[in-house]
Design a protein around this ligand. Structure first.
Ligand SMILES: Nc1ncnc2c1ncn2[C@@H]1O[C@H](COP(=O)(O)OP(=O)(O)O)[C@@H](O)[C@H]1O
Ligand SMILES: [Mg+2]
Length: 264
């Protein structure tokens, strides 16, 4: 799953960059002067309490939302200025794994994973049925769910659905993948499996990755750098190793609560 352009972006920008982004809904500020970046091949973890704007941040990267002010750069383009056709191009390079998994309920696991391949075939890329099936097998093997190929999504646990959604996201051969709360509502064993999978994909394919979570254990396992949002602002942006020495009270609380939940 190597990608043709692993060179730095032409203009030397990081793969993803937020520059003083502001976003409000109905005069309620959600993102206030948010700046951070993700280098090509890097894993960024976005941390913060529920409702702080983590999913909103991911939706800006995908161009589903536009900032009121500031710039969002993705793969060398300023996303907030792009039209629909150019946005589709960005969304071929960057995919998002939604919290819900968002599988097609009426399609088998295998057909869910095949979906982006069939779409590509429609866009002129020549893929035979054999090639599609071989690629589906390869992707399901990568997420270690080959045996589920002919099952329906309703037969799967939440964790398995997430893994299938990840396989489907990879079918489009993205350069970057965004995960929204990949381990929420998943049992601890499956959460660890999904964490391992996200790490494996990053290491094996050099995928640029953004993981939204409030799971500190997952953050420690995955993050190169962390952006920690508190009340709409970036309270910390830097290497995960430095997070433990940040005095910001909400961050302390977050880390200490996590330690308490470990002991339970
Ligand atoms: N499309 C929208 N319209 C109005 N309000 C929204 C919209 N999307 C998110 N919000 C609000 O923005 C805030 C941040 O939401 P979100 O990013 O989903 O939080 P989280 O950090 O839990 O992912 C919440 O108060 C939410 O209600
Ligand atoms: Mg969210």
């Amino acid at each position: 799953m190597t990608h043709p352009d692993h060179q730095p972006d032409e203009d030397g920008r990081p793969y993803i960059q937020f520059v003083h982004v502001f976003k409000s809904f109905d005069d309620q500020p959600v993102l206030i002067d948010v700046s951070f970046e993700v280098r090509r091949g890097e894993m960024l973890v976005v941390l913060g309490k529920s409702g702080v704007g983590k999913s909103v941040t991911l939706k800006h990267i995908m161009g589903f939302l536009r900032p009121d002010a500031g710039e969002v750069w993705v793969a060398g383009r300023e996303v907030s200025r792009l039209g629909e056709a150019e946005l589709l191009e960005v969304r071929r390079r960057v995919t998002m794994v939604f919290q819900s998994g968002a599988l097609f309920d009426s399609l088998t696991v295998g057909e869910n994973v095949a979906y982006p391949l069939r779409e590509r075939a429609e866009h002129g890329q020549n893929l035979t049925e054999e090639q599609i099936q071989a690629r589906v097998d390869e992707l399901l093997a990568l997420v270690e769910l080959e045996s589920l190929r002919d099952l329906m999504p309703s037969d799967l646990s939440t964790g398995m659905k997430r893994a299938v959604a990840i396989a489907r996201a990879l079918a489009g051969e993205p350069e970057a993948i965004l995960y929204d709360e990949p381990t929420t509502m998943v049992d601890p064993l499956m959460a660890a499996t999904i964490g391992d999978l996200i790490l494996k994909l990053k290491r094996r394919s050099g995928l640029t990755s953004v993981v939204v979570t409030h799971d500190m254990k997952l953050a420690r396992k995955l993050a190169d750098r962390v952006v920690f949002l508190v009340e709409g602002r970036v309270a910390f942006f830097g290497p995960i190793a430095e997070l433990d020495s940040v005095p910001e009270p909400t961050i302390r609380e977050f880390i200490e609560l996590d330690e308490v939940s470990f002991r339970r």
